[in-house]
Design a protein around this ligand. Structure first.
Ligand code: HEM
Length: 406
């Protein structure tokens, strides 16, 4: 096989069978694969665990600012992937001291939430959503629950009302789907956060936005706007898919079936397993080589873009052969939260875990006989190369009475 022929990432098969796609890429091209994104824009996709770990650990050689990219002249103006790669004044794109300043502010602002109050907020949001469908005896857990819990919790933590939160959530979905409406969706989100920042500068509250405004990081409005979008983008969809994928696992895998009835302890187990097997963050863009460098047998040129194949690296057979067995659920060496300077901030991981565990526990407490209402193989995955999540998760259960605001 010709290992230099680039693989088209927009091949529909990548969306329907990413695992098989990674297997074939690994066999044909090795750990670092030349790929073509939409519009045949070239990049490298890093799918080897060792290689990806190396890239993420060395932020001097594999740097973050998209201004370093050597293929900007090949990007059309209305390119759907532009929101993923455009150089924005945010934590994702910044480097060095500037990056450390922003990460500290985000960690402090997220950590500023009282853990007990946070759990109470997640429980309230979860209970309210369940009240909306429990009388029906049926629901789509993805659309009506998994995706909405983190979106509503994060928007409340930002100080947004639920209606604005819902609009922002739908724009965030458009951004991730990288379709033709992605650019407009991004513009609308900037508008919402501009108004929010103005109102919090005038009247601060006990929320993430106010804590970031008053942080020693000394944010300008534009910088803050960009980081708020980064925090919401980083947090809502990934956590929603994490909950959805864990519920799918618990509802379809017989190892969880026998214990699903009131199964509090298995929620954490399913959540960790999903980070290995169906990582919500499947792939991300990216890093840019700051100099010519050899990686996994390839010569990467200065300015080349590297796409980060977290899900593929987690499935690297080289890693798996040393790590099979019952201890796996406790093994957190997966790269689903990335690694190194630009990995998911620690406070954000803690917040994601609180939201996910609480959402699953509350659901199982309220609707203990919940079961999938379609055959397991009819649960389909979303057609996205970036995010891994189910399209729908239809379930049935014994109808229950709404609790209201107890
Ligand atoms: C299951 C849940 C989550 C997953 C799987 C996840 C995954 C990730 C990954 C893979 C990155 C690294 C991107 C890179 O290497 O360039 C990242 C970064 C980030 N995440 Fe998360 N995340 C989750 C939840 C959250 C939450 C709840 C928040 C916010 C409250 C958040 C905020 C961020 C931010 C701000 C960054 C940028 C870090 C930087 O560039 O320095 N994430 N996340």
């Amino acid at each position: 096989m010709d290992t230099t022929t680039p693989v088209r990432l927009y091949d529909p098969e990548f969306n329907t069978d990413p695992r098989g796609f990674y297997r074939r890429m690994r066999a044909g091209h090795g750990p670092v694969v030349p790929v073509l994104m939409d519009g045949d824009v070239p990049a490298w996709l890093v799918i080897g665990y060792r290689e990806l770990h190396g890239v993420l650990s060395d932020s001097d050689t594999f740097a973050r600012h998209p201004g370093r990219w050597n293929a900007w002249d090949r990007v059309p103006e209305n390119w759907p992937l532009l929101p993923m790669l455009a150089p924005l004044p945010n934590v994702l794109c910044s480097e060095g001291d500037e990056h450390r300043r922003r990460t500290r502010a985000i960690n402090d602002a997220v950590n500023g939430a009282d853990p007990h109050e946070l759990r109470t907020l997640v429980t309230r949001v979860a209970d309210r959503l369940i009240d909306g469908f429990c009388g029906r005896g049926a629901a789509d857990l993805r659309a009506e629950y998994a995706e909405r819990v983190p979106a509503l919790v994060l928007c409340r933590m930002f100080g947004l009302d639920d209606t604005t939160g819902a609009a922002v959530t739908s724009d965030m979905n458009a951004l991730f789907n990288a379709g033709p409406d992605a650019i407009d969706a991004h513009r609308r989100m900037v508008g919402v956060f501009t108004r929010l920042i103005t109102s919090r500068r005038a009247a601060p509250g006990p929320d993430i936005v106010s804590r970031m405004i008053s942080h020693a990081a000394g944010y300008t409005d534009d910088d803050l706007n960009a980081d708020l979008i980064a925090v919401l983008a980083g947090g809502h969809q990934t956590t929603g898919e994490w909950v959805g994928n864990a519920l799918r696992l618990m509802l379809t895998d017989e190892r969880f079936g026998s214990s699903l009835f009131g199964a509090r302890s298995s929620a954490r187990e399913a959540l960790v397993e999903v980070l290995w097997e169906d990582s919500p963050s499947q792939m991300n863009a990216g890093r840019f080589a700051s100099r010519d460098v050899e990686l996994g047998g390839r010569m990467i040129r200065q300015g080349d873009l590297l796409l980060l194949g977290y899900a593929a690296a987690n499935q690297d057979p080289g890693l798996r052969s040393q790590d099979e067995g019952p201890g796996r659920a406790a093994n957190h060496a997966h790269l689903s939260f990335s690694h190194g300077e630009h990995s998911c901030p620690h406070a954000a991981r803690g917040l994601a875990e609180t939201m996910a565990v609480t959402a699953i526990e509350v659901l199982l407490d309220r609707l203990p006989d919940i079961e999938l209402s379609v055959p397991a193989d009819e649960v389909r995955w979303r057609p996205s190369p970036w995010v891994r999540g189910v399209i729908a998760l239809p379930v049935s259960f014994t109808p229950a009475t709404p609790q209201g605001d107890l």
